[in-house]
Design a protein around this ligand. Sequence first.
Ligand code: NIG
Ligand code: FE
Length: 416
Amino acid sequence: MTKKVLIRNASQIVTPQGHSACFGKAMGDVKVYENTSIFIEDGIIKGIGDPAQWEKEVPRENQIDAAHKAVLPGFVDSHTHLVFGGYRPDEFLWRMGGMSYMDIMNRGGGIINTMKATREASEAELADHAMDHLKKMLAMGVTTVEAKSGYGQDYDTEIKQLHVTRKLNASQPIELVSTFLGAHAVPPEYKGRSKAFLDFLLKEVMPVVKKENLAEFCDIFCEEGVFSVDESRQYLKKAREMGFKLKIHADEIVSLGGSELAGELKATSADHLLHASDAGIKAMAENGVVSTLLPTTAFCLREPFARAREMIDAGCAVALATDFNPGSGFTFSVPLMLGLAVIYMHMTAEEAITALTLNGAAAVGRADRIGSIEVGKQADLTILQYPSYKFLPYHTGVNIVEKVIKKGELVHTASV
Ligand code: NIG
Ligand code: FE
């Protein structure tokens, strides 16, 4: 039987529009409906308008009152390292004491530290920890999460991480989009032999990932002292030939040219971009690459923020994501991220919403299905405790999400 749901009389329905990323100035053009309702059938939005036309056909228990509340598309966290073993609180404090992220990595800490803990952890342990995090992400209005592997750097552990992601995708409400990030760091077994390591991933691991359909995207940490632009180019080209869509950790620590490479390869997204050059910004804008910015990572690394304002003014499609991981930024706080984006990165509230919804959806290749509130799209919705979207940056750092709807089902209600 068809399941019908009605979100009644929302004080505001706030949404970008379209089935692909919004570039440049268009990011600010969010549509705001006032005192309007959303009619949902079998998880799909079928109408936006006056509730009277649907209220007789929707059972009382399926009508959700949204008076005095703003309704937005479910948030898309399009860059996370969700599945990992262990934690690194000491490294965070060493950084606060002045040590750099790369110094810690070069001394065997950083990604290699988490790699060791992830290799040792069982699938059940990894899944339990990630599940705890997912529950909290859902409570912040997040309905889709991209999850990267990359803390194994060997066959067994990379596949283990991807299996955990697959199981979690089937066992809780948030949709997970899987990315293979085997090329996250050169493991000790391949020290000084990065090319041989990339060949190993291409020949031994990725064919299995592809065959078992364990990841849609392939990503690489293109960074000084990790993988060079040339290595990244060759690796990503081969990954594309194997059928993976492309992402790049680009220009995070130094301005190496990762954003230019993303433009050259027409990658789906380039991420971080703290040190993206003017040429890199132009290359992303001209080649339809989503520029994914991760303000909480810059904040936790005590680095300057990415140049969001200049990127949008230059015509880029900016997405905002948390980069949740145990090292460079152990946070998935959407409220903190939005606050930083608006206060320090000079994005408007409307641009920030587009960045977290439709452009995030585009960054995970799903803008045709999610990321906006439009007839025909999946009913993934975030209902706020306040009547206007303006409370998102204004009630700074506070989670104001009251209800979360995934595919038309109420999957979270705040307890306070
Ligand atoms: O996106 N930069 C590379 N990878 C992660 C950090 C991973 C870690 O420190 O464990 C990032 O910042
Ligand atoms: Fe990352």
